[in-house]
Design a protein around this ligand. Structure first.
Ligand code: SAH
Length: 353
């Protein structure tokens, strides 16, 4: 049997909800034959269309603080980066982003930031409650890092629905390689379990091509996802930031990111899967390619124009100069060009409707 036929059979098995061995996942992840990767993307699209049709969900991303107490080695807003110009949005500024976003058709707002101690439980509860009151028909997603379970519970009770906390890598040694010793793999994983128990729609995920990452790590990530069953998965290429110790490292590739998006779609058919800004940064049509590989979410930037360049996790980030209205128009066009439609909907996971 030829390699191509064999690899297509592996893809058929994944599509049929059957598992692959580690050796088989490795073959698929290392395969660069475009006949096979096209087939993989086609199967992933088929699965996503059976569940979510041609709809692409929008999330309005509000980057509300770039203060961070952590020092993740890959990240441009790590506390050790003395060159980062720090900012925080006020409650009023955040609420005004939501109002602008609502007018533009967003029905999910994502509050993302560094781990900023200023935004303690009282302040976050106040902000989330106000968002919930002003826009009762919208979903509120938080992406503010590791907190204790009581804190997650308070934010949920205040009206937050979803939480994004990438696990970053499901290999403990690799996690420790990417993070300073104060940070704990076990705590991050505990946070994900806490969030799920509380009732959030939970998103995990990792960077693709991060320093030290090997094929075996991707397999661990996939196995972790199979077991954890997140409602959302965020993946994007690692991109070096000039003020980090990884400044000279290579970025992750479009090809590997697309293969992983498709495999994730096949192992978690119902997952909400964004075509990320990082993917659009390493390739001008990266997000379109992501949608064609099985992604069904896009996250245009809703942050105020004057702070966008300051929320720099990695170099050359796109859309830092555009207004929210331009971003959404551009996104809608990009999506429709590849045959899909952005919709004005909360876009919940199918099990939460
Ligand atoms: N403080 C929050 C939000 C982190 S920023 C938290 O801890 O969850 C969101 C994601 O950006 C991170 O989880 C990480 O996977 C990604 N990221 C950070 N630095 C990056 C880089 N240099 N290249 C690509 N992605 C990066």
């Amino acid at each position: 049997m030829s390699d191509t036929v064999h690899l297509k059979q592996l893809i058929d098995r994944l599509e049929g909800s059957r598992d692959l061995s580690d050796a088989e996942f490795t073959e698929l992840l290392l395969c660069e034959d475009s006949e096979v990767t096209d087939y993989l993307a086609e199967k992933a699209r088929g699965v996503r269309e059976k569940i979510y049709g041609k709809e692409v969900y929008l999330r309005g991303l509000i980057e509300f603080t770039n203060y961070c107490k952590n020092n993740c080695k890959y990240c441009g807003i790590r506390c050790g980066n003395k060159n980062a110009e720090r900012y925080r949005l006020s409650k009023e500024e955040i609420l005004s982003c939501c109002d602008i976003g609502y007018e533009l058709g967003f029905r999910t707002f994502v509050l993302q930031g560094g781990e900023d101690p200023y935004f303690n439980d009282d302040r976050m509860v106040d902000i989330v409650s106000a968002m919930r009151k002003n826009h009762p028909d919208c979903a509120i997603t938080l992406s503010i890092g590791e907190r204790e379970k009581e804190s997650y519970q308070k934010l949920f009770d205040a009206g937050a629905n979803r939480y994004l906390l990438r696990h970053e890598t499901a290999d403990k040694a690799h996690y420790e390689y990417l993070h300073p010793k104060e940070m704990s793999y076990d705590h991050r994983m505990q946070c994900l379990r806490d969030l799920k128990e509380i009732g959030y729609q939970v998103g995990c995920g990792m960077m693709v091509g991060s320093p030290g990452q090997k094929t075996e790590h991707y397999i661990k990530d996939l196995r972790f996802m199979q077991e954890f069953k997140p409602e959302m998965v965020g993946i994007g290429p690692f991109i070096p930031h000039h003020d980090t110790e990884y400044a000279g490292e290579k970025a992750g590739t479009v090809e590997m990111t697309l293969k992983l998006l498709s495999i994730i779609r096949l192992i978690l058919p119902e997952v909400l899967l964004p075509a990320t800004t990082a993917l659009g940064t390493i390739d001008p049509t990266g997000r379109e390619k992501g949608i064609l590989a099985g992604a069904n979410v896009v996250m245009p930037n809703l942050s105020p124009g004057n702070v966008r360049e300051k929320y720099l996790l990695y170099d050359n980030k796109i859309c830092t100069g555009d207004e929210a209205a331009e971003c959404i128009r551009c996104m809608a066009q990009r999506v429709s060009k590849v045959g899909y439609t952005v919709v004005q909907s909360r876009g919940d996971h199918i099990k939460y409707r």
